[in-house]
Design a binder for this molecule. Structure first.
Ligand code: COA
Ligand code: ADP
Length: 576
C-alpha cells in the first residue's frame, strides 16, 4: 500500500457493524461519484478545481438538507488544501456527512478521494468542512434536531465540530486584528528590477446567474460562486507566470449574503503577492440587479504553484504591487502566509506530528488553543483505555499507542460540574491539592478562556533540580449536554521565558480535565496526561503499581472541590 493510499484509508471510517449484524451507515451520509470527462477538465487534462468545488458543495448541501429536512445554504467553507490533481478518466468519490447541528447551522465534513479505474488505486484529494444554514421560515430561525453520534469517529467529529465552529465564527475578527498588527511590523515593499507589475494580472469578469446556477429556492449555489471565483483567480495566476498554475489552498471563506437568479456577479481578481514557490491571488465577488448598489458576496484568497515537468514547484518571479491598496494587499498577503502556515501545521497535523512545545505568539494563539482543546477531546473520545488500578473508586487507566503512554484518572465528586470547572480552571489553586504543583503564576491572561502559566514542580530525585513548565491552559464550557466542561493544557515556548539554570524545562504534550455533569450535585471528573519524558517519572511508578500517588492526589482534589463547594462567586483566572 502506498502512503497516498494509506492516507485515504485513515480518513475513511472503518465499517462499523451494528448489533443486528448490519453495517452502520450514518443517516446523513451522501455520496457522489463522477467520472472526469474532458468537459470537466482544463487544457492540461486535469479536473478543474471549480468543477470539483461545485460537486463538493452539492454533495454537502444534500447531506445538510437530509438532516435538516428543509432547504439550506452554504454559509462558509474552512481552509481546503488540495493534495493531488485529478486527471481525465479518473473517478472522483465524494462523501459528505453532518458532523454536528447547532441551532440553525450544521457542520458538514466532506472527504474527496480519487480512484484510478485501471489500477484500482484510491487516494485522498482533500478533506473539507463546510457550514450550511437552514433557511429561515416565516416563523423565524429553524431549530435543527441534534445529531447523535454512534461511532468513535462520529463522536470525535461531533466534539471537534464545536471547537472548529468557535474558530470559524471569530475568523474574520482574528484575521483583521492579525493583519493590522503584523503589517504594521513589515517595512516598505522591496523593489525588484525584473518584477511583474500586479496590474498585468488584474481580471474583471461578469456572470449572469441563470436557473441552472441556482437551487429550487432560486438562490445561487455556493459551489457555483466558488467555481466562478476559482476561474478568475486562475486567469490572474496564469497572467503572472505565463504558465499553467495549480491551485493548492483556498483560505476559509464566508458567504456574506445571498445571491439569486437574475443577479449579475462581478468577479475581480489580482495577484496580491508572489513568494519563492507560491503566489496569493485575491478574489472578490459582488452582485447587483438593475441599478441597485453592489452587494459584497464573498472574498477569497487562493494559493497557486507552478509545477515543472517533475511536478516540483517552480521558482516564481517577483511582483510589483500597485500603489496604496496593492501595497497594503502585498503586505497582508505576507501576514496571511504566516497565519496559513500556523493554521495548517498547528490545526491539521496529527497529534504525534506536532512539535512538543510550539512557540506561542498572539498571531497563532487561536490555532494553538484549538490544537490544545482538540488533542484533549481526541483523548476523551478514545474507547480503548485499559483499567490499570482502582482504589476507593479512583480509577487509573492507561492507553499505549504509537510509542506513547497516556494515563487517565477518573473520579466522581459531590460538587456541581460548573463549580468544579471554575475551581479547577485557576491552575494557581492546584497547589491546594496537588503536591506536584509547587508554584504557579499567571504569565499572560490571553483572553477570557486562555491563560499562559509558569508551573514549578519539585524534583523527583533527591537533591535534583526541580522542573518548570510553560503551559497554555484553555477552558471551554459545553455547547450542549453531550459536551463536557474542559480544561486543556499543553506546553508552549515563550521567548521572554527561556529555560533557566535552576530548573530543567519540562514539557506537557496534552493534559487536562474533562468535567461531565452526572446530576445537579455529582460530577464525573477525568484527568488526562499524555506522558512525555518530562512527566513520565511522575506517573510511571503509579502505572507500574509501585505507588498509588494518583489516589492520594485525586482524593485530595475531591476534598478540595467539596470543601469549596459553597464558595460564592468563584472567579475565572481572568478576574484576578
Ligand atoms: N461560518 C459558519 N457559520 C456561520 C457564519 C460563518 N462565517 N456566520 C454565521 N454563521 C451561522 C451562525 O453561527 C448561525 O448558526 P446557529 O443558528 O447554529 O447558531 C447561523 O449562521 C445563522 O446566523 P444568524 O446570526 O442568525 O444570521 P446571519 O445574519 O449571520 O446570516 C447567513 C448567516 C449564512 C444565513 C448569511 O450570511 C447568508 O445568507 N449568507 C449567504 C448564504 C448563501 O446564500 N450561500 C450560497 C451562495 S451565495
Ligand atoms: P481587500 O481589498 O481588503 O484585500 P476585498 O474583499 O475588497 O479585500 O478583496 C479581496 C481580494 O480581491 C483583494 O485582496 C484583491 O486581491 C481582489 N480584488 C479586490 N478588488 C479588486 C479589483 N478592483 N481588481 C482586482 N482584484 C481585486
Amino acid at each position: 500500500m502506498t502512503s497516498e493510499e494509506k492516507d485515504a484509508d485513515t480518513t475513511l471510517e472503518p465499517q462499523f457493524k451494528q448489533e443486528n449484524g448490519e453495517v452502520y451507515r450514518n443517516p446523513t451520509e451522501v455520496q457522489m461519484s463522477q467520472i472526469v470527462l474532458p468537459c470537466h477538465a482544463n487544457h492540461c487534462w486535469e479536473l478543474s478545481v471549480g468543477q470539483l468545488l461545485k460537486w463538493m458543495d452539492s454533495t454537502a448541501c444534500l447531506s445538510a438538507e437530509r438532516h435538516a429536512g428543509c432547504s439550506c445554504v452554504t454559509a462558509s467553507v474552512d481552509d481546503i488544501h488540495f493534495e493531488h490533481t485529478i486527471g481525465v478518466g479518473q473517478v472522483v468519490n465524494i462523501i459528505a456527512k453532518v458532523n454536528r447541528a447547532f441551532t440553525s447551522s450544521m457542520e458538514v465534513g466532506i472527504l474527496v478521494t480519487c480512484e484510478d479505474l485501471y489500477t484500482d488505486r484510491q487516494w485522498k484529494v482533500c478533506h473539507a468542512f463546510a457550514t450550511y444554514v437552514s433557511r429561515r421560515t416565516e416563523a423565524g430561525k429553524v431549530q435543527l434536531k441534534q445529531v447523535i453520534p454512534h461511532t468513535q469517529v462520529e463522536q470525535m467529529e461531533y466534539s471537534l465540530a464545536a471547537e472548529r465552529r468557535r474558530m470559524r465564527l471569530i475568523h474574520a475578527e482574528i484575521i483583521t486584528d492579525l493583519l493590522s498588527s503584523s503589517t504594521a511590523q513589515l517595512g516598505e515593499c522591496q523593489e525588484y528590477e525584473d518584477a511583474v507589475p500586479a496590474d498585468k494580472t488584474r481580471v474583471e469578469s461578469v456572470e449572469l446567474v441563470l436557473p441552472p446556477h441556482a437551487n429550487h429556492q432560486v438562490s445561487t449555489f455556493g459551489g457555483q460562486i466558488m467555481a466562478w471565483m476559482e476561474n478568475v483567480a486562475t486567469i490572474a495566476a496564469s497572467r503572472f507566470c505565463n504558465a499553467h498554475p495549480t491551485l493548492r489552498t483556498i483560505d476559509m471563506f464566508h458567504f456574506r449574503g445571498p445571491s439569486h437568479i437574475g443577479d449579475r456577479l462581478v468577479l475581480k481578481a489580482i495577484v496580491n503577492n508572489a513568494f519563492k514557490h507560491s503566489m496569493e491571488v485575491g478574489v472578490c465577488a459582488e452582485a447587483y440587479q438593475g441599478g441597485e448598489p453592489l452587494r459584497h458576496i464573498n472574498s477569497a484568497f487562493m494559493t497557486f504553484e507552478v509545477l515543472d515537468s517533475d511536478r516540483k514547484p517552480r521558482t516564481l518571479p517577483h511582483l510589483r504591487p500597485e500603489p496604496v491598496d496593492g501595497k497594503r494587499r502585498y503586505k497582508e498577503a505576507i501576514a496571511r502566509k504566516k497565519i496559513r502556515l500556523d493554521r495548517k501545521y498547528i490545526i491539521s497535523c496529527k497529534q504525534t506530528e506536532v512539535p512538543l512545545s510550539v512557540p506561542w505568539d498572539p498571531s497563532n494563539q487561536i490555532y494553538l488553543s484549538y490544537n490544545n482543546v482538540s488533542a484533549l477531546k481526541l483523548m476523551d473520545t478514545r474507547n480503548n483505555w485499559v483499567l490499570t488500578s482502582e482504589k476507593n473508586k479512583v480509577r487509573l487507566y492507561t492507553l499505549e499507542e504509537n510509542h506513547t503512554l497516556c494515563v487517565k484518572v477518573e473520579i466522581y465528586v459531590g460538587v456541581p460540574a460548573e463549580q468544579a470547572f471554575h475551581l479547577l480552571s485557576d491552575l494557581r489553586r492546584r497547589k491546594e491539592w496537588d503536591r506536584h504543583y509547587e508554584e504557579c503564576e499567571v504569565i499572560n491572561q490571553v483572553d477570557e478562556d486562555d491563560t499562559l502559566y509558569r508551573v514549578v514542580t519539585p524534583s523527583v530525585t533527591k537533591g535534583g533540580k526541580g522542573k518548570d513548565f510553560i503551559l497554555l491552559a484553555s477552558r471551554r464550557k459545553p455547547c450542549d449536554f453531550r459536551d463536557p466542561y474542559l480544561i486543556a493544557l499543553r506546553s508552549v515556548t515563550l521567548p521572554n521565558h527561556p529555560p533557566t539554570e535552576d530548573f530543567s524545562r519540562g514539557e506537557v504534550l496534552c493534559a487536562g480535565f474533562t468535567i461531565w455533569e452526572e446530576s445537579s450535585a455529582v460530577t464525573k471528573l477525568t484527568y488526562y496526561n499524555q506522558a512525555t519524558p518530562g512527566v513520565l517519572p511522575y506517573i510511571s511508578t503509579d502505572v507500574a503499581g509501585l505507588s498509588s500517588s494518583f489516589y492520594s492526589t485525586f482524593s485530595a482534589c475531591s476534598q478540595f472541590l467539596e470543601a469549596n463547594n459553597d464558595s460564592q462567586g468563584v472567579l475565572p483566572p481572568s478576574a484576578f
